[in-house]
Design a protein around this ligand. Structure first.
Ligand code: PLP
Length: 394
């Protein structure tokens, strides 16, 4: 019945977990949801007010396909202010979230017989963005002890004449890992040598805790083949508004715009007015959110490392931790063997009502992903419940 392309992709594991948590909560159960991929704050008032104003003033119609010129100018100014990147409005396209931006770029650049490098553990959607085009995702190993930086021998080994692109995501979902400048430079060098498109998914760029963030395109003299993806979602707690953007090679931006014009027409007009305020208005919200997340990171990392047989590195960014739970695999709880990280994640949900996402969904069976976009109280209680459960696994 269906076209081949729909069989090439999987449902999003993280969205599935969020739905499961909502279902349990609606039954009145005391669920702690650490699976969330969005800040637990409301969108700041100045942004909401900009949207209200846009609606009242009648900015409720179609906009240019790649976003209003005003918003693309705001993106350009933001990239200069925060990232030291110089892009003109015609080198920028606004889409319906960073996810849509990445999807569009894969559609215009990749096809059957192409291969695209993805670093594992990876954000659940990367392989699907690639597969749906007909191209093949190729996974490269990373070093868990070094913020999940690439294992370069593996990277070199996986590149061949079909390799067309590489997707970098630092700070990373699911690991929170932030690559060093050296690791990025080495990756860029290999990409250049092999003439690859470099996708830099920077949707967590404002959430680094130990060192300032360097946008990848600033580390290369030749950014012709680098596309930078950012989003209002995580930075301004605007996940539901659906605004993300791409900056890069004008020809690619034009092709993405052509595709977008024949799919969504344009991003939501009201959200675009809100996004302009988000990007060039007061940035205090971001500073405060970063401080809050940094405090919670310490709470959850210390807490996890205090649980016997769990180890958790200190991730440099985003709002995820990716503790190693290898010890519990192939052990028993109430007579039942825990075969993989999905079993452990499910056990946590069923026995302790703590929602996590299994590492399997991100390509790593030795881990689970926990989000600290949750209150300190929830984090503390989840840690207690996890310890109770894990101590009973023999
Ligand atoms: N990239 C990564 C690594 C993400 O984790 C997400 C969201 O979870 C996105 C991109 C896309 O976010 P959005 O489409 O809301 O901008």
């Amino acid at each position: 019945m269906f076209a081949d392309r729909i069989n090439r992709i999987q449902p999003s594991a993280t969205l599935e977990m969020t739905a499961k948590a909502a279902d349990l909560r609606s039954k009145g159960l005391d669920v702690i949801n650490l699976s969330v991929g969005e800040p637990d704050f409301n969108t700041p008032d100045n942004i909401i007010n900009a949207a209200k104003k846009a609606m009242l003033e009648g900015y409720t119609k179609y906009t240019p396909g790649s976003g209003t010129l005003d918003l693309r100018k705001a993106v350009s100014a933001k990239l200069k202010r925060d990232n030291k990147l110089q892009y003109k409005p015609n080198e920028i396209i606004v889409s319906c979230g960073g996810k849509h931006s990445l999807y569009n770029a894969c559609q215009v650049l990749f096809q059957k017989d192409d291969e695209v490098i993805i670093f594992s553990p990876y954000w659940v959607s990367f392989p699907d963005f690639v597969s749906v085009t007909g191209a093949k995702p190729v996974f490269v190993k990373t070093n868990a002890e070094k913020q999940y930086e690439p294992i370069f021998e593996d990277l070199e080994k996986k590149i061949n004449s079909n390799t067309k692109g590489v997707i970098i995501n630092s700070p990373s979902n699911p690991t929170g890992g932030v690559w060093s400048k050296e690791a990025i430079l080495e990756t860029l060098k290999i990409a250049k040598k092999n003439n690859l498109w470099v996708f830099s998914d920077e949707c967590y760029e404002q959430l680094t805790y130990d060192s300032p963030f360097d946008s990848i395109a600033t580390l290369s003299k030749n950014k012709e083949r680098i596309l930078t993806f950012q989003s209002c979602s995580k930075t301004y707690a605007m996940t539901g508004w659906r605004i993300g953007y791409t900056a890069g090679n004008e020809k690619v931006i034009k092709a993405m715009s052509k595709l977008q014009g024949q799919s969504t027409s344009c991003p939501n007009s009201i959200a675009q007015y809100a996004a302009k305020e988000a990007l060039i208005g007061n940035q205090e919200f971001v500073v405060n959110m970063r401080k809050t997340f940094k405090k919670r990171r310490k709470l959850i990392v210390d807490g996890l490392n205090n649980i016997s047989n769990v180890s958790c590195d200190n991730p440099g960014g985003a709002f995820y931790v990716f503790p190693n739970i290898h010890f519990f695999l192939n052990k028993k709880y109430k007579g039942k063997i825990i075969k993989n990280s999905s079993d452990l994640s499910m056990l946590l949900l069923e026995e302790k009502l703590v929602v996590s996402v299994s590492g399997n969904s991100f390509g790593s069976n030795d881990n689970i992903r926990l989000s600290y976009a949750a209150s300190e109280n929830d984090i503390n209680n989840a840690l207690i419940r996890m310890e109770e459960l894990f101590n009973k696994i023999k």
